[in-house]
Design a protein around this ligand. Structure first.
Ligand code: GLN
Length: 197
């Protein structure tokens, strides 16, 4: 299998490495490639959308003509995972005080608030309990969005202080923290398992 990492902006190499490690840990055959073009998207069976700056990534999606191809990719049932800015792009609504700077893809029925933790607490780390994982997962939140609302078809996989931080809707997985920044690749492995029947 071939896994793609959307490589328009953000922490792309960290996700490539994390996915490569997860592929090895599951003892499966697979390679990980960077995706910038529609032709590259067509070669992968799962896509990871990294964190970074959602305003920039949204602009690049349009510039590279990737918006519709990603919507078609999702509609064909192939798994997509978004982290942080990637999650913002997967959402159906962005509650942004500064207006609609970012046009989301609308692949998951949820509303998010960008940079919702404010300036003083721009970044923080917390141990997390995640459904399906034993023990804690070390969560790193960097200017993270908040998931303000989820639709009925969205299932929460982890919460922190009463808020959803990891959610799944069919073939779409979204988290507000950065699993690529810790040497624990169980969430990337969980994503790869979405490829199995
Ligand atoms: N604050 C960024 C945004 O709004 C997201 C930050 C991140 O991906 N770490 O796009």
């Amino acid at each position: 299998m071939r896994i793609g990492v959307l490589a328009l902006q953000g922490d792309v190499s960290e996700h490539v490495l994390a996915l490569e490690t997860a592929v090895k840990s599951l003892d499966i055959q697979g390679d990980v490639v960077r995706v910038r073009r529609k032709s590259e998207l067509e070669t992968v069976s799962a896509l990871l959308m990294p964190g970074g700056e959602s305003t920039t990534i949204a602009k690049q999606l349009d510039r590279f003509g990737l918006r519709q191809p990603i919507l078609d990719f999702a509609a064909s049932g192939k798994p997509i995972m978004g982290t942080c800015a990637g999650t913002i792009l997967l959402s159906s609504e962005i509650l942004d005080r500064r207006g609609q700077e970012v046009k989301p893809l609308g692949l998951m029925d949820m509303s998010v608030r960008r940079n919702a933790f404010g300036r003083q607490a721009e970044s923080f780390e917390k141990p997390l309990k995640i459904e399906g994982l034993e023990g804690d997962f070390h969560g790193i939140f960097i200017r993270a969005p908040r998931i303000a609302r989820i639709g009925n078809s969205v299932k929460s996989l982890a919460m922190l202080d009463g808020e959803h931080i990891m959610v799944i809707q069919g073939n779409i997985l979204a988290l507000t923290f950065h699993p690529e920044l810790v040497p624990d690749h169980r969430i990337h492995a969980m994503f790869l398992k979405m490829l199995r029947p």
